[in-house]
Design a protein around this ligand. Sequence first.
Ligand SMILES: [Zn+2]
Ligand SMILES: [Zn+2]
Length: 122
Amino acid sequence: MRRFGVSLPCELAEAVDRISQETGATRSEVIAAALWEYLETQKDHKKPGHQCLGVVVAVTDTFSDVGDAIEVNKTHVVAYTHVHVEGRCLTIAVVRGDGSKIERFALEVAKRARLARYIPLL
Ligand SMILES: [Zn+2]
Ligand SMILES: [Zn+2]
């Protein structure tokens, strides 16, 4: 076992606490389970040299939150669309390129978004 400090957005920390209370698992167990699942789904797609095709989905307050990241990474963004749902911006970007670069783009989007997912497809 190793201990280290991790900062989480309040909303995410509350979700971890809620799952912990509902299941009786400790916070560490909830986070470890989530992390294992994440690592399992992502491991092959993020290898440098792997040409990845996938979709980045993000919910933001304004388009510029994610639009800036798209502009900077436009060589990896094949196409994107942007719609409004419940007063928020929903952006769906089709991405293709080196797995590690796509990963960097997805993390950049996640930093600026209320909610973001990278769904690797191929
Ligand atoms: Zn891939
Ligand atoms: Zn918008």
